[in-house]
Write a protein that binds this ligand. Structure first.
Ligand code: 5GP
Ligand code: ZN
Length: 114
């Protein structure tokens, strides 16, 4: 989508602090980190919200989770722990409408989330 910020990261039109890329996925550091490690992992394909996911996206979501697991290891937070978050629409606070998995770690976190 031409007016989507995260699609511009994927094409290279805008270059974020990239930490990972493969054929299907792209990951970069959040510009407003909420933890010492705060990375966003996204599919390269534009999907606006979790509501647009289809049965054919099962493998893509599995890859997204495994990429987050690998990045957590690379960041050295696999042992201490981390949180993966996918926000959908307004009640969850979604602000960028290209799905993204937040990888948060490097500090203790409370539950339930705010
Ligand atoms: P959401 O609230 O939609 O779940 O998360 C969107 C995230 O994108 C936020 O954590 C926000 O800080 C991050 N973000 C928004 N604009 C930019 C940007 O231009 N660059 C980077 N690296 N992250 C961004
Ligand atoms: Zn997009």
């Amino acid at each position: 989508m031409s007016d989507c910020l995260f699609c511009k990261f994927v094409t290279g039109e805008i270059q974020p602090d990239k930490v990972y890329e493969d054929d299907d996925l792209f990951a970069f550091r959040d510009i407003n980190p909420q933890a010492p490690t705060h990375i966003l992992v996204i599919p390269k394909r534009h999907i606006a919200t979790l509501n647009e996911l289809e049965p054919g996206d099962q493998a893509l979501l599995g890859k997204l989770t495994l990429a987050a697991q690998k990045i957590a290891k690379d960041e050295g937070i696999d042992g201490s722990g981390y949180r993966l978050v996918l926000n959908c629409n307004s009640d969850a606070g979604q602000s960028v409408f290209h799905i993204h998995m937040h990888l948060l770690g490097g500090r203790g976190m409370s539950w339930p989330p705010g």
